[in-house]
Design a protein around this ligand. Sequence first.
Ligand code: SF4
Length: 367
Amino acid sequence: MPPAAVMFTQTRLDVAEAELSELEEALDALGRPRFHARQIFQWVYKRGVTDFALMSDLARDLRADLAASCTIATPVVERQERSEDGTTKFLLRLADGKHIESVFIPDTPAQTFCISTQVGCAMKCAFCLTGKMGIDRNLTAGEIAGQVRVLARELGMLDTRFNIVLMGMGEPLHNYEATMKALRILADEHGFGMSGRRMTLSTVGVLPALERLATEPLMPNLAISLHATTEDQRDLLVPINRKYGLKELLDACRRFPLKRRERITFEYVMLQEVNDTPEDARRLVRLLHGIRGKVNLLPLNEAAGIPFARPSDDRVNRFARILAEHGITVSVRKSRGRDIRAACGQLITESSRKAPGARLATLMETS
Ligand code: SF4
């Protein structure tokens, strides 16, 4: 059964969930010319229009047909918080009432949208508030791409170039099909037309999915959340390491196909006296031998319920210097949006945001 037919057997076709080819098939099923799909894509992604009645270059009866048989589900902005540094966090409500957060980070130097792929996260990284929530459900492709539509519209950036990073709530490779479909929708030339170079997928290393990603025609930049330099340390900090170990992960990185000048980014959250010693830095140098990569050091964003401390600038600089002396490109991420808890590992949905005391209690119960 073709995908369009599958979609029509349910109540109404959700255009937000469709790639262009699926929308063309849906128009076929309506007895309409396929080229209207390109017009609809332009309205939805280039102009931010989600009301068929406003799609003025479509015939009036087609608009009525579409309104009767289709919908364009779009996350609703429930709250926006703007940080002193311009970082803006969006609390979005999905069709089933669940909440997610997406973040706009200006001037990095690019304009960047940090996008979620799941409600919560199953990975339980020891230093991450989102991980403390556990997983509620996967986002659909339309909900992932929909965050980009909503942020671009709200920020007046429908005509502006921006990057996306899949570093919000969730582990993208734990929701592989929807994530890759969303990237294809965002890449469509009749929509945002984003190239893979403007997309970064960050993963803790779900190995079978990483191997699959290596074969995709649309290839985002790859960021690996490494965070540790020994198997034991990583078992504790990033529990999926017990299933897919550090060595296997780095071997997969060595095999990962990179185009000329492309590099894998290794994210390394720095936890005082846990993984920030000179020995760790030297081990990291050895681990990354033979991999075209760069390291992004992320001094921890401390939060209630997270049992780690942020290292001093001196410790961070000493670590960075050791990497640099061994020829590794290293950057230290300036934390953005800390005053609105939009920083890395601090996204937590409204339903989990109780009064601070109650939230702390919840986090301690689950830790
Ligand atoms: S750091 Fe990322 S993968 Fe780990 S628990 Fe948090 S959201 Fe999930």
